[in-house]
Design a protein around this ligand. Sequence first.
Ligand code: NAD
Length: 279
Amino acid sequence: MTQILDGKAIAERLRGQLATRVAALSFKPGLVVVRVGEDPASGVYVRNKDRAATQAGFASRTRHLPEETTEAQLLEEIAALNADPEVDGILVQLPLPKHIRAEKAIAAVDPAKDVDGFHPINAGKLASGLPGLVPCTPRGAMHLLAEAKAKLPGARAVVVGRSQIVGRPMAQLLLAADCTVTIAHSRTADLAGECRRADILIAAVGRPELIRGDWVREGAIVIDVGINRMPDGKLKGDVAYAEALPRAAAITPVPGGVGPMTIACLLENTLEAAIARRG
Ligand code: NAD
């Protein structure tokens, strides 16, 4: 019987545990989301983050700057948040307007407050096996693997996708957990063959149902990070779910799999950053 990894329920449990830990502190960990301009999808994400953070007892606020904010003004805003002792976590919501270089904004965040885990210092720490803040989505995927009771040491893990925010950090976390890791991407010669070897298959591509059921090894654990909006408005993952379901030992649905874990892990990062800064 395939285990369906219910990210919604698992994330809710994690948020509850975090709320209990926050309630025991003498302060409220502070999270600030910086949003520039009017990207409509960002509006929904930012509201969801704010609601989840507030419900779990964090001091959460959104700094919404106008579209015409210059890069220099954004960097000044970030510097002020870096210097604010009440702020433990800073998240710069992407995408930024085209006239602002995202890498400049990311690099301006104090690495100790970089709860997205995108700062090159934190990426470097992860690649070097040092403790640091880890990107939220891969962190959430690791929680789901724990829920599936995946035996990671020695397992063959295949990560499809090599982005800075999902694929690469995901591969680093699996390597740190002693998996034998392959990173596949758009130039991989035999994607189906690589996937078929996987005990643990992570899809982070952004192509609906790219990964077919017969690419999934019998008994594999499948984590589908992909979120693809279809013309009918429905969401689909990167894995052909109905085909993969009977073959997998455990699988995440889309929606309701990895997605809800990301915000819970943002709160987990913020709590850890707060405890590390304030002792
Ligand atoms: P990205 O576009 O930055 O990277 C996609 C990666 O897929 C690239 O490394 C590319 O080499 C690879 N790729 C593209 N086409 C391919 C192909 N045909 N075969 C093999 N590899 C191919 O995307 P991203 O930011 O890493 O996001 C990936 C997916 O995950 C998207 O659907 C995104 O919406 C979703 N996502 C979900 C969450 C979440 O919270 N659940 C968070 C971030 C991203």
